[in-house]
Design a protein around this ligand. Structure first.
Ligand code: FAD
Ligand code: UDP
Length: 381
C-alpha cells in the first residue's frame, strides 16, 4: 500500500498532523511509533486497580486558546478542574507558585495585601538583575536567595542535573511569582483532563479511513521510501547524532496503588529538598475518578541514555548552538519536515505543541496543497 505521508511518532504532534492531513487534505497517512501505544508522553491507561494513571508523568492540560480547546473538544469531553500543586518545605506543605499564603506560612508573617507582599519581595530580591540571564537569576531577581534556595535550587538541580546558573532563564520563568492568594498552578481559562483520558482522545482523533497506525515500528529500521515524511522524534537521532548528541533528561516513574481512598491533600506535591524524587502525583484528585483505593506516582529524574525516553531537552547556551547545527541540516531537506517537542528541541506544553502543529500544517502542507490544486483547477478550465 502506498501512503501520501509517513508521520514518525504517534504522540500529540503526530496525531494532530495525521488528523489534519486525513480530514483537510483527504490524503493518506502511515503513522508509526516505536513504542507499543499511541499518545507519546501523554499516554494514560487504567492500572491493575482500574485507576487512570498517566504513564509518563502528570499531564495537566491548560490553555488560553479557545480554538485549541474547541479542537480537542471534538474528540473528548472534559473533567474541568483547576490544577493545584503544593511543595514540601521545612516540613510544611506550601502553595507553589509562591504567593501571599506561602510567604505568611513560611515566615510566620501576616501580610494582607498584594502591595505588602510586593514590598516584601522588594526587600529580599536582587535588584541589580534587570534582565535575568539564567534560571537562577530569573528567581533571585524576583524573590531573593532564601526563597530560591528553599523552593527552586535543589529541585532544579535534581530535575536537570545542571546548575540553574547554566540553564536558560525561560525554564524557571514557567513558574510565576504571585502577590495574591491565587493557588492555581496555571491561570489559563481552560484547564482540565480529558474525561476518559488522553489515550481515548487520541484514539478518536486518528480514527479515520485515511490513517493507518503501525506501532512498535522504528523509523530507523524502515526500508520503504516515502516522498513526504514528517518527523516528530529527536532531531539529532534523525541525523545519527552526526554533530554529537543533544542533551536530554529522562525520568523513572514508580507507580503504586494504596489501600485507602486518598493519600495526599492535592494532585501534586513537589519535594525540592528531600528525597530523590521531585514530585508525587495522586491521580484521582485531577481526574475526579471515584474509587475506594488510590494510585500515586513518584517521579525520579535520571540520566538519559540509550533505551530511556528523552523526556526533556536540556536547554543551555551550548545545547542551543548544537541544535542550530541540526536545524540547518533539517532545513536543507525537502522530503522530510520536522515538528514537535523533540524535533524542535523545545520545552513545549501540550497547547503549544498543538499550536505549532496547526501553524506547521497551514504553512508547510495546506497552503502548498491549495496552491497546487488551484493550478490543477486552472488547467481544467
Ligand atoms: P512526544 O510525546 O515525545 O511524541 C514523539 C513520539 O515519537 C514518541 O511517541 C516516540 O516514541 C516517537 N518516536 C521517536 N523516535 C521514533 C522513531 N525513530 N521511530 C518511531 N517513533 C519514534 N504539557 C502540558 O501541557 N501540561 C503538563 O502538565 C505536561 N506535563 C509533562 C510532564 C512530563 C513528565 C513530560 C515529559 C511532558 C509534559 N508535558 C506537559 C509536555 C507534553 O508531554 C508534550 O508537549 C507533548 O506530549 C509533546 O508531544 P510530541 O508529539 O511533540 O512528542
Ligand atoms: N521548579 C522548581 N521548583 C518547583 C517547581 C518547578 O524549581 O517546585 C523549576 C524546575 O527547574 C522545573 C521548572 O521550574 O524544571 C519548570 O517547572 P514545571 O512544573 O513547569 O515542570 P514540568 O511539569 O514541565 O516538569
Amino acid at each position: 500500500m502506498q501512503y501520501n505521508f509517513l508521520i514518525v511518532g504517534a504522540g500529540l504532534s503526530g496525531c494532530v498532523l495525521a488528523e489534519r492531513i486525513a480530514t483537510q487534505l483527504n490524503k493518506t497517512v502511515l503513522l508509526i511509533d516505536k513504542r507499543d501505544h499511541i499518545g507519546g508522553n501523554c499516554y494514560d491507561k487504567p492500572d491493575a486497580a482500574g485507576i487512570l494513571v498517566h504513564q509518563y508523568g502528570p499531564h495537566w492540560f491548560h490553555t488560553n486558546d479557545k480554538d485549541i480547546f474547541s479542537y480537542l473538544s471534538a474528540f473528548t469531553d472534559w473533567h474541568l478542574h483547576e490544577h493545584k500543586v503544593k511543595t514540601s518545605v521545612e516540613n510544611m506543605l506550601l502553595p507553589i507558585p509562591i504567593n501571599m499564603d506561602t510567604i505568611n506560612q513560611l515566615y510566620n508573617m501576616k501580610l494582607q495585601t498584594p502591595e505588602q507582599v510586593q514590598q516584601f519581595y522588594d526587600s529580599v530580591r536582587v535588584k541589580e538583575i534587570v534582565h535575568p540571564q539564567n534560571a537562577e537569576e530569573m528567581i533571585i531577581s524576583q524573590v531573593g536567595y532564601d526563597l530560591y534556595n528553599k523552593f527552586y535550587k535543589n529541585y532544579t538541580i535534581k530535575q536537570w542535573d545542571v546548575h540553574p546558573k547554566r540553564l536558560n532563564a525561560s525554564i524557571t520563568a514557567r513558574i510565576p511569582v504571585r502577590t495574591n492568594q491565587d493557588d492555581r498552578y496555571f491561570t489559563d481559562t481552560y484547564q482540565g483532563i480529558p474525561k476518559n483520558g488522553y489515550t481515548e482522545m487520541f484514539r478518536k482523533m486518528i480514527n479515520h479511513k485515511n490513517i493507518t497506525v503501525a506501532l512498535q515500528t522504528d523509523f530507523n529500521t524502515l526500508s520503504a521510501n516515502f516522498n513526504q515524511v514528517i518527523y516528530t522524534g529527536p532531531i539529532d537521532s534523525f541525523f545519527q547524532h552526526q554533530f554529537g548528541a543533544l542533551p536530554y533528561r529522562s525520568l523513572h516513574f514508580e507507580h503504586k496503588t494504596i489501600n485507602q481512598e486518598f493519600y495526599q491533600e492535592c494532585q501534586q506535591i513537589n519535594y525540592p529538598n528531600d528525597f530523590a524524587y521531585t514530585r508525587i502525583v495522586e491521580w484521582k484528585h485531577a481526574t475526579g475518578q471515584q474509587h475506594p483505593q488510590t494510585s500515586i506516582t513518584m517521579e525520579y529524574p535520571c540520566k538519559w541514555e540509550q533505551g530511556k525516553e528523552p523526556f526533556y531537552a536540556v536547554q543551555t547556551k551550548e545545547s542551543g548552538l548544537l541544535y542550530n547545527k541540526y536545524r540547518k541540516e533539517a532545513d536543507k531537506l525537502t522530503s522530510v519536515k520536522f515538528c514537535g517537542r523533540l524535533a524542535d528541541f523545545k520545552y513545549y506544553n501540550m497547547d503549544q505543541v498543538i499550536a505549532r502543529a496547526f501553524t506547521f500544517f497551514k504553512k508547510e502542507l495546506y497552503s502548498p496543497y491549495i496552491r497546487k490544486n488551484s493550478v490543477i483547477f486552472q488547467h481544467f478550465l
